[in-house]
Design a protein around this ligand. Structure first.
Ligand code: NDP
Length: 596
C-alpha cells in the first residue's frame, strides 16, 4: 500500500485492518456450523405453526403434471409463469397454512422488507397492485402473496400443512413418486423444488436451553398469545415481563424497537453488532403511481440490479441504501495511483465509518454506542437499515448485553448467562436465525432420489453440481429454484423471477414436443460448475477476512466448496443475459431429451 495516498484519509487503514482482524479472531469458533442446535426431537415444538389450527384431510394417490414445493415467492412466481404458459395441473405443496413462505412464518412485530417494495413485491403490474409505502411491512407482502395465488388460481390444488417426505424418480413410469408426511403417495411428471434457502430456524447451541422454566419461542414463530399486540407492535402482554432477545441480526433489528417499547425490561444479548444504516421509509406518492408506464416494474428491477452489481445506468430509480452502498463500493475506479481492490477497501472503510458514527451520534451511553459499532467490511454480514433500532438503547428499560463476540454462555432455569452474569427473565426470544450451511436434505426436510436411486445429497457430497443452478444430471424432470450457482441480486425476487421464466420455458418446450424426460448432459453441467467456480475466485480472500456468519460458513469458508455452492458471482444481470442468449439460440444446448 502506498501510504502517501492515505495521508489525506479521514481514517487509518492499517489501524482499521488490525481492528477488523482482532474482532474477527475473537469470534472464530472451532465448532463452526455445529454450534447451533437443530430444531428437532425435544426442540421440535419451536417449529410448530402458531398461526393456524391443524387440518385433517385424506391422503392422495393420484397423478398431476407439475408439483411445486414451496408456497413462498419462488413457488408463486413459478406457479404464475406456468399458468401463463397454459399449465392446468399444478399442485402446490406448502408446510405453512397459507401462501407467503418466509412472509408466512416471519410475523414478528416490525417485520418488513429492506428491499424497495416496488421492485421486491412480484407481479405488481400483472395484479394491478401498488404498494402503500417504499418499504412494505410483512402483512402487506403476505397479502400480496395471497393476491398472486388468487390471480393465478394457485389455491385450486394446494396442499397446505404438508411436508414432503421423499421424492423418488420412477424410470419405468417416467414420473416422480411424491410422498408426504400426510401419507400421500402421488405421481408427478415434473417436480419443482422451491423450498427457500432460510426456512429452518436454529437455536444457539448453549448448554441448558431445555432447562429454562419461563416462556420461549423463535422469532419465526412469534407467540402473540403471550406478547399481545400484532405485526405493528403494541405488545401489551410484555408490560410486566423481563424479556431476553438472543441475536442481533436483521430480524432482531426490526423487533427490538417494539419489544423495547412494550416490555418492562429488555436484555438484548449481542455477539456481533449489525451495521445499521438509514432507512427513510415513505408512503407511495399517488401521482408517481399514476405516472407509471407499462413495463415499469421490470425496468426498475433491472435498473436496481444493474447498479448494485457495479453496472452503469443513467438514473438510479430506486435510490436507496443498497444502491448507495454498493454503488459507492463498486463504481469507484482506480485513480491511477492505487489498485481497484484498495479503492474498494477504502470506500468500504469510509462507509463503515459513517455507520459507526451514526451509532455514536444516536446512542447516549458511550459504552453502549461503542459496543454497537460493527468492525467488519460492509458485506461480511447482511447490512440493516432502521431508523428506530439504535434509539431503543436510550430507553431506561433496555440493556445491551455485549458478549464481546463470545455469545451467551448458558441458559438456566431462571434466565440467560453472559459474561459470567445471570440475567433472570420471564421470556427468551431466539432471534438466532436459520440453518444455512447444513446438509441440503436436512434443511429441505426431505431426500430426493434420482436415476438408479442416487440421492441428490450423495451426488452433491463434494459440492453442488447443476446446469444454471436449476437442473442436475440424473434428476430428470426436476427443477430447483435456489441460490446456488445462479446469479443473484440484493433484490431476491428478481432472481426468482428469472429462474421461474427459465424453468417454465423448458417445461413448456417439453410439453409442446411431447417429451418424456428432460435431463442435463454431463459435459454441460461440468462446464457450468467450472464457470461458477472460476467466476468467484476473487471472493475467497474477502470471505476469509470476514467476521463469522452464514455468508462465510461461520468463519470457515472452505475453499472451492464455498465458491462452488455459492452464487454465480457476476450477478443476476450477467446471469440473465446468459439465459436469454441460451433461449434465443433455440437448441436448448446441454439438455438431453427422451421422447414418448
Ligand atoms: P441471522 O442469522 O442474521 O442472525 C442471528 C443472530 O443470532 C446473529 O446476531 C448471531 O450472532 C446471533 N447468535 C447466534 N448464536 C448466538 C449466541 N450463542 N449468543 C448470542 N447471539 C447469537 O438471522 P436473522 O433472522 O436475523 O436474519 C436472517 C436473514 O433473513 C437475514 O440475513 C436477511 O437475509 C433476512 N432478513 C431480512 C430482513 C429484511 O429484509 N429486513 C429482516 C429479517 C431477516 P453473530 O452475528 O455473531 O453470528
Amino acid at each position: 500500500m502506498s501510504e502517501t495516498a492515505t495521508t489525506a484519509l479521514p481514517f487509518d487503514p492499517d489501524a482499521l485492518r488490525e481492528k477488523y482482524r482482532q474482532e474477527r479472531d475473537k469470534r472464530l469458533r472451532a465448532e463452526g456450523n455445529e454450534q447451533y442446535v437443530e430444531i428437532t426431537g425435544s426442540f421440535a415444538h419451536y417449529r410448530d405453526d402458531p398461526y393456524v389450527q391443524p387440518i385433517e384431510r385424506p391422503a392422495l394417490f393420484d397423478e398431476v403434471e407439475v408439483v411445486v414445493i414451496g408456497g413462498g415467492h419462488a413457488g408463486l412466481l413459478l406457479g404464475a409463469r406456468l399458468r401463463e404458459a397454459g399449465v392446468q395441473e399444478i399442485r402446490m405443496i406448502e408446510k405453512g397454512g397459507d401462501f407467503g413462505g418466509t412472509w408466512y412464518w416471519n410475523r414478528y412485530p416490525g417485520a418488513a422488507c429492506d428491499t424497495e417494495a416496488y421492485i421486491y413485491m412480484p407481479l405488481l403490474e400483472e395484479t394491478g397492485y401498488i404498494p402503500t409505502e417504499k418499504y412494505a411491512k410483512a402483512p402487506e407482502i403476505r397479502a400480496n402473496c395471497q393476491r398472486i395465488a388468487r390471480k393465478y388460481d394457485l389455491y385450486r390444488d394446494v396442499l397446505f400443512q404438508t411436508q414432503i417426505a421423499e421424492l423418488r424418480w420412477d424410470e419405468q413410469a417416467g414420473t416422480w413418486l411424491v410422498s408426504t408426511d400426510r401419507g400421500d403417495r402421488f405421481r408427478a411428471k415434473y417436480v419443482c423444488m422451491a423450498n427457500g434457502p432460510l426456512n429452518r430456524p436454529k437455536l444457539p447451541g448453549v448448554p441448558g436451553i431445555e432447562s429454562f422454566q419461563g416462556h420461549s419461542f423463535h422469532t419465526s414463530r412469534w407467540d402473540y398469545d403471550y406478547t399481545g399486540g400484532d405485526d405493528f407492535g403494541g405488545l401489551t402482554g410484555l408490560s410486566d415481563k423481563r424479556v431476553a432477545i438472543i441475536g442481533t441480526g436483521a430480524t432482531a433489528v426490526q423487533c427490538v424497537p417494539h419489544v423495547g417499547a412494550s416490555a418492562k425490561q429488555l436484555f438484548l444479548f449481542q455477539r456481533t453488532p449489525s451495521s445499521i444504516d438509514v432507512r427513510a421509509n415513505r408512503p407511495t406518492d399517488p401521482e408517481w403511481a399514476q405516472s407509471l408506464q407499462a413495463g415499469w416494474q421490470r425496468h426498475r428491477m433491472e435498473n436496481f440490479s444493474t447498479l448494485t452489481s457495479g453496472g452503469v445506468a443513467e438514473v438510479d430509480l430506486v435510490s436507496d441504501g443498497w444502491t448507495e452502498i454498493i454503488g459507492m463500493l463498486l463504481r469507484r475506479r482506480p485513480d491511477g495511483k492505487s489498485d481497484f481492490a484498495q479503492t474498494l477497501e477504502y470506500a468500504d472503510f469510509e462507509k463503515m465509518e459513517q455507520v459507526r458514527a451514526r451509532a455514536e451520534a444516536i446512542v447516549n451511553d458511550p459504552d453502549t454506542a461503542e459496543a454497537l459499532k460493527p468492525y467488519y467490511r460492509q458485506f461480511c454480514k447482511r447490512p440493516c437499515f432502521h431508523d428506530e433500532y439504535l434509539h431503543t438503547f436510550n430507553r431506561p428499560n433496555v440493556t445491551l448485553v455485549d458478549t464481546q463476540g463470545l455469545g451467551v454462555e448458558r441458559i438456566t432455569e431462571r434466565g440467560v448467562v453472559a459474561n459470567g452474569v445471570e440475567y433472570p427473565v420471564d421470556c427468551i426470544i431466539y432471534a438466532s436465525g436459520f440453518e444455512v450451511g447444513t446438509a441440503m436434505e436436512r434443511r429441505a426436510g426431505y431426500q430426493v432420489y434420482g436415476r438408479d436411486g442416487l440421492a441428490l445429497s450423495e451426488k452433491w457430497r463434494d459440492g453442488v453440481s447443476t446446469l444454471y443452478g436449476m437442473q442436475s444430471r440424473g434428476f430428470p424432470n426436476c427443477f430447483i429454484i435456489g441460490l446456488s450457482q445462479v446469479g443473484t441480486s440484493a433484490n431476491i425476487t428478481h432472481v426468482l423471477d428469472v429462474q421461474s421464466k427459465h424453468v417454465t420455458h423448458i417445461i413448456n418446450h417439453a410439453r409442446e414436443h411431447e417429451v418424456r424426460t428432460v435431463d442435463v448432459e454431463g459435459e454441460a453441467e461440468e462446464a457450468w460448475v467450472q464457470k461458477v467456480v472460476n467466476a468467484s475466485v476473487a471472493s475467497l480472500p474477502f470471505l476469509e477476512s470476514c467476521t463469522p456468519g452464514y455468508y462465510n460458513n461461520e468463519g470457515r469458508p472452505n475453499g472451492e466448496l464455498i465458491r462452488r455452492n455459492g452464487a454465480f458471482a457476476p450477478g443476476i444481470m450477467a446471469f440473465s443475459k446468459i439465459l436469454d442468449e441460451w433461449r434465443g439460440e433455440g437448441s436448448l444446448a446441454g439438455l438431453e431429451f427422451s421422447r414418448r
